[in-house]
Design a protein around this ligand. Structure first.
Ligand SMILES: C[S@@+](CC[C@H](N)C(=O)[O-])C[C@H]1O[C@@H](n2cnc3c(N)ncnc32)[C@H](O)[C@@H]1O
Length: 255
């Protein structure tokens, strides 16, 4: 018996991995994290499977599901949104599984930050502009570690993706503006890859008003950084004719 912690992807049911989809199809227990896991993914469960929504459960109740499945020697598909390793509350479940001696395996998924970049048709890392992506959140009811305050992370002026923060957009703007500057591009993507996906574009100067006008308060990714608008960035070395690497020799030798 094993618990498979599966990333369902950001919303489009085709964005689950083949491995994740096969596991949902064959596990006798499917425990999923509520409305952000697409119905079409859950509909893959076998006809006799026990399909449970964990959104109203406590950690203890979730662990009870694991224990019962263990007692019956039934595999569990534990389905999370996006990728389970990012703001997934999966570590506390894995800690309990380890304490119980129940085996688990993580099946990664497409995170909402990459789905948001895809929705925009953008690369988040561009030569000489930003070679770093910071995945973080604003401080709300969950306190930020002292060395990870947004003002401090902003000093790098790297591409930044903020989860769980759109309801705090005013705070985000106030904390990022001193380092990034008012003209820095910001895009908010709500429900990336869902049929009702919405995109709001602006700068740190006006994104707060635009998000309020659009009434976006949840399930949105805030992307910040020059890469979002840059046009005259340098080409990468990877496809540069003069740059050789182990998969390609210089063009002077190719003919
Ligand atoms: C609890 S976190 C889960 C993140 C998830 N593990 C991932 O990798 O995308 C929920 C937050 O992820 C973001 N999110 C999840 N799905 C999204 C989507 N389809 N579009 C935009 N943001 C999304 C939002 O910031 C939301 O508040």
């Amino acid at each position: 018996m094993k618990v498979y912690i599966i990333g369902a992807g950001p919303g489009d049911p085709d964005l689950i991995t083949v491995k994740g989809a096969r596991l949902v199809e064959r596990c006798p227990v499917v425990l999923y994290t509520g409305s952000l896991v697409p119905e079409a993914v859950i509909a893959r469960a076998a006809p006799g499977a026990r399909v449970l929504d964990s959104s109203g459960m406590t950690l203890e109740q979730i662990v009870d599901v694991f224990k019962e499945a263990h007692a019956r020697d039934e595999d569990v598909a534990r389905v999370h949104t996006g990728d389970p390793s990012i703001f997934g509350s999966t570590a506390e479940q894995m800690r309990q599984l380890e304490a119980l001696g129940i085996e688990y395996e993580i099946v990664p998924g497409v995170s909402s930050f990459t789905a948001a970049a895809a929705a925009l048709g953008k690369e988040l890392t561009l030569p000489e502009l930003s070679q770093t992506v910071i995945l973080t959140r604003a401080e709300g009811r969950t306190p930020m570690p002292p060395l990870e305050k947004l003002e401090d992370l902003a000093r790098h002026r790297a591409t930044m993706c903020l989860f769980l923060s759109v309801n705090l957009i005013r705070d985000v703007v106030a904390q990022l503006t001193p380092a990034y500057g008012e003209a820095c591009p910001v895009v908010v993507v709500q429900r990336a890859s869902w049929p009702d996906q919405r995109v709001v574009r602006g700068t740190l100067a006006d994104i707060g008003d635009k998000v309020r006008e659009a009434r976006i308060t949840a399930t949105a990714m805030i992307l910040v950084g020059e890469v979002l608008e840059a046009k005259d960035f340098a080409n990468s070395k990877l496809y540069d004719a003069g740059f050789t690497h182990r998969f390609r020799r210089g063009t002077d030798r190719a003919s």
